[in-house]
Ligand binder design. Structure first.
Ligand code: AMP
Length: 401
């Protein structure tokens, strides 16, 4: 991937916000309980640096986001963004206005009423059909209110929805910039990876090879070693003629695994042993066997202790590490041991460590290692797509420095 050009995106810090309407796409798609209370406000907190930067410099900030998967045919109360405006107000210690529509009269009146340093959250962009189909009236209206567009919604950057692409495109020559969160994600998931300090090691796990084929292929091209754990490893084991018992395997991906083994050569490092159980339960009978020797009636649920040691040792010598996907069923102790060993080794390493979003980010946070790694990505799908080397239209269209 062309790291240099991604690096050169103009940032919100580079534009004068005083008295300007800044339309910022954020990712306020927060988890909520049945009563609608926000259970984790991390996504709102991650956007604070960009938000505060605009507020402090006297901008008029209009925030837009999606929440959940409404049908796109009008308001659905369970997907309202109102609770995120309330939480944002608490976090900022400032009043935050909320518009009960996205491009309707309430939004328009609220945008017009904004004072310098004021903040407004628009209602869920996905209540509007135009968000998905890119209808020009919708996009043009949002674009017409704004002097500056800012993309700080990393979790949505791989999507082509209007608030990510059609709206900034409709702004013509007006400034279109990245926020601090998106800039940081691009720096680590794209630029660092394009110009890594070596040895550069990737550790990939998780349930399915099919989800990670493009990541494995891309990283095999640029890493010095790619270590494979998780249930993914059993499909590779099948490709080598190993016995996998009743482990989770993808038989239709065996030929592909063969190709990746041939492509990877020594770079591809597979487990040497497997921690198996006779049932998908923490309380099952357990044994450690050599990789490719899983008996009938048993399933692999984690990498074995020799593999954990080997992977930790390789991670310890790496100058750049990318980790995506758990080494086993880490939600079900004791099959969390392999994932813990890898997480510990990454946390101890002096190298640059980049944790892909989703389960590995959750694991590193649960284990209390988030402060000991260089970067924990906030995006699941977006993080994977970036590791695949994919270019994002939503980022490409933004101004270069
Ligand atoms: P992914 O979303 O692809 O990163 O996969 C994460 C899921 O893979 C987690 O829920 C793990 O429990 C699961 N997983 C990892 N290793 C295994 C395994 N050996 N058998 C079954 N599931 C696994």
């Amino acid at each position: 991937m062309d790291g240099a050009s991604e690096m050169a995106k103009k940032s919100i810090a580079d534009v004068d916000c005083q008295g300007k309407v800044v339309l910022m796409r954020v990712d306020f798609n927060v988890p909520q309980d049945d009563s609608g209370a926000i259970t984790d406000d991390r996504r709102i907190r991650m956007a604070l640096p960009s938000i505060e930067s605009v507020v402090k410099r006297g901008g008029k900030l209009v925030l837009m986001s999606h929440l959940g998967r409404p049908k796109g045919k009008g308001p659905e109360p369970e997907f309202t963004l109102r609770p995120t405006a309330v939480r944002l107000s608490e976090l900022l210690g400032l009043p935050v206005a909320f518009a009960s529509d996205t491009v309707g009269p309430d939004a328009e009146a609220n945008v017009k009423a904004l004072q310098n340093g004021g903040v407004l959250v628009l209602e869920n962009v996905r209540f509007n059909p135009g968000e998905k189909d890119g209808e020009a009236v919708y996009s043009n209206k949002l674009a017409s209110w704004a002097d500056i567009y800012c993309n700080d919604a990393f979790g949505t950057c791989h999507r082509l929805e209007a608030s990510m692409v059609a709206v900034p495109n409709a702004m013509g020559a007006k400034p279109k910039v990245v926020g601090f969160l998106v800039a940081k994600e691009i720096q680590y998931l794209s630029d660092t990876i394009a110009n890594p300090q070596r040895p550069f090691v990737a550790i990939l796990g998780g349930a399915k090879v099919s989800d990670k084929i493009n990541v494995i292929q891309n990283l095999l091209g640029i890493c010095d070693q790619v270590l494979i754990g998780g249930a993914m490893a059993y499909t590779f084991s099948l490709a080598q003629g190993g016995a996998t018992g009743k482990s989770l395997v993808e038989k239709d991906k065996v030929d592909l695994a063969k190709k990746l083994i041939a492509m990877g050569g020594d770079k591809l490092v597979l487990p040497v042993d497997t921690h198996c159980g006779d049932d998908f339960k923490g309380s099952c009978n357990k044994q450690v066997v050599k990789a490719g020797e899983i008996p009938d009636g048993w399933e692999g649920l984690d990498i074995g202790p020799e593999t954990a040691k080997k992977f930790a040792s390789i991670a310890g010598k790496a100058k750049t590490i990318v980790w995506n996907g758990p080494m086993g069923v880490f939600e079900m102790p004791p099959f969390d041991r392999g994932t813990i060993a890898v997480a510990e080794a990454i946390a101890k390493s002096d190298g640059i460590s980049i944790i892909g979003g989703g389960d590995s980010a959750a694991a590193i946070e649960q284990l209390g290692f988030a402060d000991s790694v260089t970067h924990v990505s906030t995006g699941g799908g977006a993080s994977l797509s970036m590791l695949e080397g994919e270019k994002f239209a939503a980022v490409e269209l933004l101004d270069n420095c």
